[in-house]
Design a protein around this ligand. Structure first.
Ligand SMILES: *[C@@H]1O[C@H](CO)[C@@H](O)[C@H](O)[C@H]1NC(C)=O
Ligand SMILES: *[C@@H]1O[C@H](CO)[C@@H](O)[C@H](O)[C@H]1NC(C)=O
Ligand SMILES: *[C@@H]1O[C@H](CO)[C@@H](O)[C@H](O)[C@H]1NC(C)=O
Ligand SMILES: *[C@@H]1O[C@H](CO)[C@@H](O)[C@H](O)[C@H]1NC(C)=O
Ligand SMILES: *[C@@H]1O[C@H](CO)[C@@H](O)[C@H](O)[C@H]1NC(C)=O
Ligand SMILES: *[C@@H]1O[C@H](CO)[C@@H](O)[C@H](O)[C@H]1NC(C)=O
Length: 285
């Protein structure tokens, strides 16, 4: 495991975070629940490992990280980061206490694990908060437990690309019926890997226009899975002149930038017909 001895800095920085944390929790409260994890094989690629003396400081660092869904405190270190929970779930590494984040972030609100809320855009569907974020989960359709056809394992997740054009709600219901959900990448890196794949496989073809699980809710854009923000207008994950504001253009799909064939996000009416990427969320985080 990676070791970083930066105690003095971390204590000072932690105190700054503590103040910041108290302010920021008013907006996005995080809850951490005990989780049994074998962290012996985690590397610095997965987690940060810093030397702090109190569990509360460790939880603050993990909360501050924003993406971290796991933190573990031992007598000599604080390990935190964003990991694929099923990979680490197991017999607790001796000397550590581990916790995972059990809330789903939805724009400026939080939903607790196990809680079911109505789907904002599709009246017949619900969203359920799970360890892997907010997902459309149907009674009687178990989430996928292995990546089998028509799903294919990609570096950015186990996905199924279906070219049949559907409205957003039909796409959601279709993916839900397969034990999956409309793809909603949980990190910017996974978003980039998906766009690279679209670029390589669809070039500047209109066949690369797929619904993604990103919506305009309460005056802001967020990924459904974990509330991630796609960035300022026209930047980061948006195509240069997107989003367009106007009543009902609340849903998002992938499209290429004219001329450069670079894929990014575009918003449009949810009842438009587009291809869909179903994502086996249960196999991802
Ligand atoms: C840790 O990172 C490696 C390399 O990126 C990855 O293959 C592995 O799945 C990650 N493990 C966890 C538990 O996230
Ligand atoms: C933790 O995982 C490692 C390999 O990743 C394994 O060798 C070890 O036995 C596991 N420890 C426990 C307590 O399960
Ligand atoms: C959504 O939740 C409500 C209330 O629990 C339930 O009556 C309804 O059947 C659910 N719909 C779906 C599609 O799961
Ligand atoms: C795509 O989805 C539709 C349902 O909307 C389904 O009928 C079809 O079999 C799926 N597969 C392909 C390859 O189009
Ligand atoms: C979220 O934002 C909307 C619009 O700004 C507001 O009406 C709502 O009260 C906010 N919810 C919370 C929990 O802050
Ligand atoms: C949307 O949310 C992001 C991240 O929370 C925030 O930085 C940004 O200012 C928000 N934009 C609007 C228009 O509220």
């Amino acid at each position: 495991m990676l070791k970083m001895s930066v105690r003095a800095t971390v204590v000072a920085v932690s105190l700054m975070f503590l103040l910041d944390f108290c302010a920021s929790t008013e907006n996005i409260p995080r809850k951490w629940a005990a989780f049994s994890a074998n962290i012996t094989s985690l590397s610095r690629y997965n987690v940060s490992d810093v030397d702090v003396k109190a569990e509360i400081l460790c939880s603050i660092l993990a909360t501050k990280d924003g993406k971290a869904n796991l933190f573990c405190f031992g007598p000599k270190s604080c390990v935190f980061g964003h990991v694929y929970l099923p990979d680490v779930e197991g017999e607790q590494t001796p000397g550590y206490n581990c916790y995972y984040s059990e809330v789903c972030l939805r724009d400026n609100e939080t939903v607790h694990e196990g809680e079911k809320i109505p789907d904002t855009f599709c009246p017949n569907l619900n969203l359920t908060c799970t360890k892997r974020g907010l997902v459309n989960l149907a009674n009687g359709v178990p989430p996928l437990t292995s990546c089998t056809p028509p799903f294919v394992q990609h570096p950015f997740g186990c996905m199924y690309f279906n070219q049949t054009h559907m409205t957003l709600c039909d796409a959601k219901a279709y993916c839900q019926s397969l034990g999956a959900q409309v793809a909603s990448p949980t990190t910017h890196d996974k978003y980039l890997a998906l766009m690279t794949y679209l670029n390589a496989n669809y070039g500047s073809s209109s066949q690369g226009m797929f619904w993604l699980g990103v919506y305009y809710i309460n005056g802001n854009w967020s990924y459904e899975s974990n509330g991630r923000w796609p960035g300022p207008d026209g930047q980061y994950e948006w195509l240069y002149n997107q989003p367009n504001y106007g009543n009902g253009r609340d849903c998002v799909y992938t499209s290429y930038q004219e001329g450069s064939s670079f894929f990014a996000l575009v918003n449009y009416y949810c009842d438009y017909g587009l291809a869909v990427i179903c994502h086996a969320w249960n196999l991802e985080i």
